[in-house]
Design a protein around this ligand. Structure first.
Ligand code: SF4
Length: 413
């Protein structure tokens, strides 16, 4: 009798990717004899929710003999829809999802992130901030930190499976530890220190997922600047360069604080790269506020920018606000994207001739592609590498035709 097939379909954020990996392993250990398809949905925008519904209908059509399980954030925002959708076996809310049980994971023949370059380390879930445009606190609940012991068990697991790079991931990692009431000494900085100590001998590279600039305190600044094994790329959830727009978004940082953090780290660490998320066309955004977002890219020296055209998400505070005309939102997103691409080109140009190190992610034709320590995409022609391999002597020779990545050769001098 063949083993039941467990398939995961994941939409949305890195965090969903982590949970899908976990659900696959835990579900593969259940006694259920049937094939199961788990759709881990996203609801960060109306469009994401629409795509999640589409993915569920497609999975039902293509897997008539499987049990279809719908989970993730759209399982909350579109619960009625999925519960009444013919062919859905079960709707599982985020809070009912499997929790991190490393003994169960370690016992499985399946491995988390098998064949991937880096491992995602879940440290926290949920969020307490209720930014006016965001649905996440309603779909993932309040911020909940994993106890450091459980986090370190995950670290041990990834060390055992030979991962050279671990990414600290969560919904709002900067809030780590605030809810661990029995021991108030825990925060993101103390957790990073514990992970650095645990991985000292292995020399594991530590990467951080997106960080709330409002929570970057002196301890984190010192770690980001002084710890060589913390990869020199910091991505901030900035959202706007205008303090007025930030207040309307209920963000907790100011424009000058973002500039200050970047300047502080740049003064103390060579080769550091900064990135961030920026929303274009938030309801209250005037042309001059928008221009402050454009200028922030230069003023803070941001190079890898994710641009999000604003779209109202039902159930959020900003969905009650009067939207800007669609063509204004689109044109601002295009202008911001243009500025972002120009900033990236300047960065890539400035790295030509340097020798750097990075991690190989996958093969692409006869090339290997990866990311430098500072999270800049690169391409190496030929060579005999494998995903997850750290390469130290990459000489940067130029920029690829698509202008989206560096071209490198292994420097065998
Ligand atoms: S910090 Fe704001 S944007 Fe981020 S998940 Fe929380 S509410 Fe959403």
């Amino acid at each position: 009798m063949s083993k039941p097939k467990i398939t995961t379909i994941t939409l949305g954020c890195r965090f969903n990717s982590f949970e899908s990996e976990m659900m696959k392993i835990v579900t593969s250990q259940s006694s259920d004899p049937d094939n199961i398809v788990i759709i881990n949905t996203c609801a960060v925008t109306q469009e994401a929710e629409r795509q999640s519904k589409q993915a569920a209908r497609k999975a039902i059509r293509e897997n008539p003999d499987s049990k279809i399980v719908v989970t993730g954030c759209a399982a909350k925002t579109a619960q009625n829809y999925f519960e009444n959708l013919d062919g859905v076996f079960k709707v599982v809310q985020n809070e009912e999802k499997v929790t991190v049980d490393m003994s169960q994971i370690s016992a499985s023949p399946l491995h988390l992130f098998d064949g991937r370059a880096r491992a995602l380390l879940q440290i926290q879930n949920g969020c307490d901030h209720f930014c006016t445009y965001c649905i996440v606190p309603f779909t993932r609940g309040r911020s909940k930190s994993l106890h450091p012991d459980i986090v370190l068990k995950q670290v041990d697991y990834f060390l055992h499976h030979g991962f050279k790079e671990i990414v600290l991931s969560g919904i709002d990692i900067a809030s780590y530890g605030k809810d661990i009431i029995e021991d108030r000494s825990h925060d993101l900085a103390t957790l990073i220190e514990a992970i650095l100590e645990r991985t000292h001998l292995a020399g594991t590279r530590i990467r951080l997922s997106s960080i709330d600039p409002a929570a970057v305190d002196q301890n984190l600044l010192n770690l980001f600047s002084d710890e060589a094994r913390i990869m020199p790329y910091f991505h901030f959830s900035i959202q706007s360069g205008s303090d007025e727009a930030l207040r309307a978004m209920r963000r907790r940082h100011s424009r000058d604080e973002v500039i200050g953090i970047c300047e502080n780290i740049r003064r103390r660490r060579d080769g550091v790269v900064f990135g961030g998320d920026l929303i274009a066309g938030f309801p209250v955004e005037t042309e001059s506020m928008f221009e402050e977002s454009l200028r922030l890219i230069d003023d803070a020296g941001l190079s890898l920018i994710h641009v999000f055209p604003y779209s109202a998400r039902n159930g959020t505070v900003s969905a009650q606000m009067i939207n800007l005309p669609g063509n204004v939102v689109r044109s601002r997103a295009e202008r911001l994207q243009g500025k972002a691409q120009a900033a990236k080109r300047v960065l890539l140009q400035s790295m030509i001739g340097l020798t750097t190190s990075g991690i190989i992610e996958k093969i692409d034709g006869s090339d290997w592609i990866g990311k430098t320590d500072s999270y800049v995409p690169f391409r190496v022609h030929g060579g005999n590498f494998r995903p997850g391999e750290v390469v130290h002597n990459l000489r940067i020779t130029g920029i690829s035709d698509s202008a989206s990545e560096l071209t490198c050769i292994p420097d065998l001098q």
